[in-house]
Design a protein around this ligand. Structure first.
Ligand SMILES: [Zn+2]
Length: 475
């Protein structure tokens, strides 16, 4: 670790950034925020935390959570710097970290992690200030990945043909699927009970394999008039508030997906383990914040999106839904097997979504044509909801699609197809307790020829989000 004297020199070494700006954002250069025992790395971490919170103050969508010291960011919250200042300071801190290499491997890893995160913060500012970026430029700049340019169209045609056989009747395949899917919607009066039971099932499955921090808990709330179907707010101290938007109809399988994604072993467990093992255990305070548009989010969403495949391998998923959730919802459990088969096939069609999103954001597909493409290729009869979501969150979809597939590959699993494969608890839990920096996106990026093996691709902030009327934008 570095000493305090060196810390002062480092502030001056940051080129091309005004000193007054640094003073306003960097506690290491500021007046009274640097304690005598504070190391240079700690000071850099503090500035990183302040920048992430500052961006969240300017654009709430840009900050997923912060549970660090409020005293550290009190002035930022009261008088946040401008986006331009945030970008300048983020760039300055990147240069500063690049000039200085910590000697210890773990410290260097932490610095490199913050460099990637800071670059993402700068890129998010660019997005907010309308700096032109293509879909691919954006995913590279913000998440550190390049989404494969194509998908297996032949396989997709085979999947649609199979669905056509499974869903006979009048109307387009998308319309037939919509009618089929709607039959498994949970009545609103039963939604709370079914959701609570699903979370309980997810928790029990998780606790059989992972020791959760003492005192961890989730609080479930039902809300209206939100642009998303579910949202997990991490509070710190191993607690999450999970909000479910009851304006969106939810079917049985999507409730289970949502429960796993938001709570156990998804976001709540991931954030709790990161806090216990890394923030408290290894003093990695930089993980007490999560900028929404960052490589860290890519890892977090991948974990949440894989959650159901970890907690409920196919046989368990069918049994739990048929024997527990269907009866609670007042639905006929004898239809569960066919229902899950259809859902798994439709999940595979999501392979087409990133390409449609790319063409839409790059201006190659206007709204109506993109909407039609979503309906024809992925059976979304309300693709406009997804497109409106993309208008706001843009390439964030990559975290659910490519990020998920990337992580499945890292964990040594065949890429899942809607519950047709599972992910081992051992690998998953070990990975969740690792610093997100160890998921080096460049090193982990599969070869281009692997692109056809993508199986689960979605649009929205939750992998269960995008089908039909139930886009589930979830953080
Ligand atoms: Zn999520």
């Amino acid at each position: 670790m570095e000493n305090k004297a060196h810390n002062g020199a480092r502030c001056l070494a940051v080129a091309n950034v005004s000193l007054c700006l640094l003073v306003s954002l960097m506690p290491s250069c500021g007046k009274a925020r640097v304690s005598p025992a504070e190391t240079s790395l700690e000071a850099d971490v503090h500035q990183y935390l302040r920048l992430a919170v500052a961006l969240g103050e300017r654009d709430p969508d840009s900050l997923d959570y912060y549970y660090g010291s409020e005293g550290l960011v009190a002035d930022i919250r009261k008088q946040p710097p401008t986006l331009r200042e945030i970008r300048q300071s983020a760039d300055g801190l990147v240069e500063h970290l690049r000039l200085h290499a910590e000697l210890q491997a773990e410290d260097r890893m932490r610095e490199e992690y913050m460099i990637r995160q800071l670059r993402a913060i700068s890129s998010r500012v660019d997005m907010l200030t309308s700096v032109p970026m293509t879909f691919d430029q954006e995913t590279a700049a913000v998440f550190g990945v390049t989404v494969p340019a194509s998908y297996d169209r032949r396989h997709m045609a085979q999947v649609r043909a199979e669905l056509d056989r499974l869903l006979p009747g009048k109307g387009s395949l998308a319309q037939r699927y919509e009618s089929f899917d709607a039959a498994f919607t949970i009545p609103s009066v039963k939604l709370k009970e079914v959701m609570q039971k699903a979370i309980q099932g997810c928790r029990e499955a998780t606790m059989a394999h992972i020791d959760l921090p003492a005192g961890e808990a989730t609080e479930l709330k039902f809300v209206h008039n939100k642009p998303w179907s579910g949202y997990s707010f991490y509070q710190g101290s191993y607690r999450s508030v999970v909000e479910i938007n009851t304006d969106f109809a939810l079917t049985v399988d999507r409730v289970l997906q949502l429960a796993c994604h938001e709570t156990y072993p998804g976001h709540h467990v991931y954030n709790s383990l990161q806090e216990a093992k890394l923030v408290h255990g290894r003093k990695m305070d930089e993980l007490a914040v999560q900028p929404t548009f960052s490589p860290q989010s890519l890892v977090s969403e991948a974990a949440a999106t894989l959650a159901i495949d970890v907690a409920f391998p196919p046989v368990d998923r069918l049994r739990f839904e048929r024997e527990v959730l269907f009866p609670l919802a007042g639905l006929d459990g004898s239809k569960a097997a066919r229902y899950l088969k259809v859902e798994a096939l439709v999940d595979e069609l999501h392979q087409a979504e990133p390409e449609i999103a790319r063409d839409y954001l790059d201006g190659k597909l206007e709204f109506e044509r993109a909407n039609s493409a979503l309906e024809e290729q992925t059976l979304m009869t309300h693709g406009e909801v997804a497109l409106k979501y993309i208008n706001e969150y843009r390439s964030y979809i990559a975290t659910y699609t490519y990020g998920r597939d990337l992580t499945a590959k890292l964990l040594g699993q065949p890429v899942s197809s809607g519950g047709q494969s599972s992910v081992s608890w051992e690998r998953y839990s070990k990975w969740m307790m690792s610093p997100p920096a160890t998921m080096n996106s460049e090193a982990a990026t599969p070869a281009r020829e692997d692109s056809a093996s993508q199986r689960r691709v979605t649009i929205g902030r939750n992998e269960s989000a995008v089908k039909q009327k139930q886009l589930i934008p979830v953080i």
